[in-house]
Write a protein that binds this ligand. Structure first.
Ligand code: BGC
Length: 476
């Protein structure tokens, strides 16, 4: 390895400009474009739909399908993403995600009829699924352990920026009813993702796992070029090699192996709790919730929704700053507590609104406050940390597949919650529906407290070793 390292000295020089942006950060920003598109494409449809409905004469069922097919595509894309990230590598899977974003956006933008639009939206869903597995995985495997939380959280920051951008684009293009441009504009970040990823290195862990030790070393030295500490890279390489040598290659059926169960439970559990605590009822239905709370016009409701988008972005920055200092568990526990309290307050406010009917001023203000606090608490906890932990808690040999199953569970839960929210509101009423999400929040707190390990500052291999030790302790 040392010989190969000397041969690679040329590539280990600091980046032009004195390494102003650390290379790992640059790689993260490019991979995170997948998150930007994930956020944009889930958000953009709400505004576009207003004009697609009259153009294509869509009934309620077709409307639901145009929106929901993305989530179904994402579920399938997430499952494909794990196998692809293992077989061809993390980098090509991210590139494939970018290419699918371009294709799906083009097809949706030029769709002559609703069937073509649905196909385009399905392809976008596949792209979102591929990216939501491959981008956090790629970032986590390239990040230095002490900055991994911050870097993977940048993926979630990109998701929130994408959601906000979609509200802004929808708002800007609404006067001209240009729904095709709303959907088509995603081609630009899609192209940036594909072309930006082309010169990027493959994950050293994937290369090592595939017996390509020299390339793994080259990749790691390239990524750590700003670190300038040769020994650290050597030690990291040895740690990765030793970890991979211990394990045999994994297949899908290994997901049911008893030693993987505790980690898989954490991955799937966090993924599902991120959704069943109701985030997307706010993100997808905020204008309706605001209108129900007495915001007179759709325009005011839309302005309030954009405000939610801004708060979501800003509060994610808090996680970026704290996740590697305070750790994952304190942020998760604090965020969930705030989410539960604000959901219960929202439930009380909604109950009051239903009975009193006229107290819309108070109701409107309380609703805005509760939703604002809820979003802040989600954005510094479950938002980024779920993607982070899914990408870091699994051992090298099975990481991609286990992450893909957890991510698919996230999309399945997202689908169920988005589909059932209007039905629950109609049958239980808003108030009890929010109580239900708060209840899931309480279960999530107990789950985090009992099951979720602290991974702050540990290398991926140390995290895997911790699971092995705790298994040994249980067996003994
Ligand atoms: C979730 C999405 C959600 C978004 C909101 C993501 O972490 O997976 O379902 O819409 O956060 O910011």
């Amino acid at each position: 390895m040392a010989t190969a390292a000397r041969g690679l000295e040329g590539s280990a020089q600091p980046a032009p400009g004195g390494g102003a942006v650390p290379y790992a950060t640059l790689i993260t920003l490019i991979a995170a474009l997948g998150g930007l598109l994930f956020g944009f494409d889930t958000g953009v449809i709400s505004g576009a739909l207003l004009f697609i409905i009259p153009d294509f004469h869509l009934g309620p069922a077709a409307q639901g399908f145009v929106v929901g097919v993305v989530t179904l595509g994402a579920l399938i894309g997430a499952l494909l993403g794990g196998a692809a990230a293992d077989a061809v590598g993390r980098r090509p899977t991210n590139i494939a995600g970018g290419a699918a974003f371009i294709l799906g956006s083009l097809v949706s933008a030029v769709a002559p009829d609703v069937a073509t639009l649905i196909v385009g939206r399905f392809v976008i869903g596949i792209a979102i699924g591929l990216s939501s597995v491959a981008a956090p995985l790629y970032i986590a495997e390239l990040a230095p352990a002490r900055r991994r939380g911050t870097l993977v959280s940048l993926f979630q920051l990109a998701v929130t920026v994408g959601i906000l951008a979609s509200y802004i684009v929808d708002g800007m293009l609404a006067p001209t009813q240009a729904w095709r441009t709303m959907l088509g504009v995603a081609v630009i970040p899609g192209a940036a993702l594909v072309f930006g990823m082309l010169p990027m290195p493959e994950s050293p862990r994937w290369l090592m796992k595939h017996g390509r030790a020299t390339e793994a070393e080259a990749a790691l030295r390239r990524v750590r070029q700003d670190q300038k500490v040769e020994q650290k890279v050597d030690a990291e390489l040895q740690e990765i090699a030793a970890d991979i040598a211990q394990d045999r290659p994994a297949a899908w059926r290994d997901l049911s192996a008893p030693e993987l169960r505790p980690a898989l439970l954490v991955g799937i559990g966090l993924a599902v709790f991120q959704q069943v605590t109701g985030i997307n009822t706010i993100i997808y239905y905020a204008p309706q919730i605001f209108e129900a709370a007495g915001f007179g016009s759709a325009t005011t409701a839309l302005a309030a929704t954009t405000g939610i988008g801004v708060v979501n972005v800003l509060a994610t920055v808090v996680a970026i700053a704290l996740v590697d200092r305070w750790g994952r568990r304190p942020l998760l526990l604090a965020g969930l507590t705030g989410m539960i309290v604000s959901l219960l307050a929202l439930a009380v406010a909604s109950a009051d609104g239903t009975s009193a009917g006229t107290s819309t001023g108070w109701l409107g203000a309380t609703t805005v406050a509760c939703i604002g606090i809820y979003i802040v608490c989600f954005a510094f906890s479950l938002g980024p940390i779920v993607w982070l932990m899914i990408s870091e808690i699994f051992p090298n040999r099975i990481r991609a597949r286990a992450a893909s199953v957890s991510t698919a569970a996230n999309w399945a839960a997202n689908f169920v919650v988005s589909l059932t929210f209007p039905l629950l509101r109609a049958s239980l009423g808003s108030s009890l529906t929010f109580v239900l999400y708060a209840l899931f929040g309480v279960i999530a707190i107990a789950f985090v407290a009992r099951r979720v390990p602290e991974t702050r500052g540990k290398t991926l291999e140390e995290i895997a070793a911790d699971w092995r030790t705790s298994q040994g302790a249980v067996a003994a």
